[in-house]
Design a protein around this ligand. Structure first.
Ligand code: ZN
Length: 318
């Protein structure tokens, strides 16, 4: 018999981008009792400031869910403009280590970051109120955000979603449109070296988030999810304290309803019967890029049980 799994009201997906979080979040959102918020940290910048599209196809301020959430947090300590400014000035990859040192030295976040985290926590609470969901899934992935949310008392359950750093680096090297209401908007590009350094940093900090809670860090390998979606979804549903009820998943075929993911890639807009298949799975073409990516992602590759250097076998077919 498996031991009962401790539950939390917020499941926070942490890890480096292009690891499959949009699809995974959309699938988890189908489960009865769960609400997939998507990349909630972008509610203020993409949503309020730039009026980008929700997964339901409406601009965020006009979405039936997010308009109510925004109404509920209208008196939050930080404005949307301030939330965006704080993220740009203090919560990008290059700020992670300096901000962590500052927090350690001052024994906690300063007033500005506390205002930020409190506003974010209010949004999470408002999502629970508006949707009635038992569990909200936030796929923002930012480890410092997760630590700040913990500091203001959000009882979050961290899930570290990882994918082979070479596959991820190949994905970051390709142009990708966002389809979020702005025809020009694309995800930014990273070199294999930079992507893999950041892969190491973000995943190492995910483990720090795991250590800051008495709930164990749940690690999900995207490759394992592609191999057997049902097995990984059942495991994550148990982490949420839920079952697979409400989800129509058969092998690698899933039925997705329209969702309200705040942000994420174009997978947000795929509804109906969707095949779960490896996208961007080609890996890095040039052996030198593969080597550089492997060096930059060591030793986290070892810790996360990926091949350190050798080229991996292709992902299972969809
Ligand atoms: Zn919506």
């Amino acid at each position: 018999m498996t031991p009962p799994v401790a539950t939390s009201h917020v499941v926070y997906i942490v890890g480096w981008g292009r690891s499959g979080s949009t699809l995974l979040t959309a699938i988890l959102g189908e489960i009865k009792g769960a609400f997939a918020a998507g990349e909630l940290r972008l509610l203020w910048s993409h949503g309020v400031q730039r009026k980008r599209l929700c997964g339901c196809g409406k601009p965020i301020p006009e979405c039936p869910i997010w308009s109510q959430v925004l109404e509920k947090i209208h008196d939050a300590p930080a404005t949307a403009e301030e939330m965006e400014r704080i993220q740009a000035r203090r919560l990008r990859s290059r700020h992670f280590l300096p901000e962590l040192f500052k927090m350690a030295r001052n024994r906690g976040p300063d007033d500005e970051l506390t205002r930020y985290a409190t506003t974010y926590a209010m949004a999470l609470a408002a999502v629970h109120d508006v949707t009635g969901a038992e569990v909200v899934i936030d796929s923002s992935k930012n480890p410092i955000d997760a630590l700040l949310l913990q500091r203001v008392g959000v009882d979050l359950r961290p899930v570290n979603l990882v994918r082979d750093p070479r596959t991820v680096a190949a994905s970051w090297a390709r142009r990708k449109k966002l389809y979020d209401g702005d025809d020009e908007s694309e995800l930014r590009l990273f070199t294999p070296w930079t992507s893999s350094v950041l892969w190491s940093l973000w995943n190492a900090l995910a483990h720090l988030v795991g250590r800051s809670t008495d709930r164990p860090l749940e690690v999900v390998h995207f490759e394992a999810f592609l191999e057997d979606p049902g097995r990984e979804i059942d495991r994550l549903a148990a982490v949420c304290g839920l079952t697979r009820e409400g989800l129509h998943l058969d092998g690698r075929t899933v039925h997705l309803s329209p969702n309200h993911l705040v942000a994420g890639n174009g997978d947000r807009f795929n509804t109906g019967v969707v095949e779960i298949e490896p996208r961007d799975a080609a890996g890095l073409e040039r052996p030198l890029d593969h080597l550089l990516s492997s060096i930059a992602s060591f030793p986290m590759t070892l810790r996360l049980r990926y091949r350190v250097l050798r080229r991996r076998r292709p992902e299972p077919p969809g």
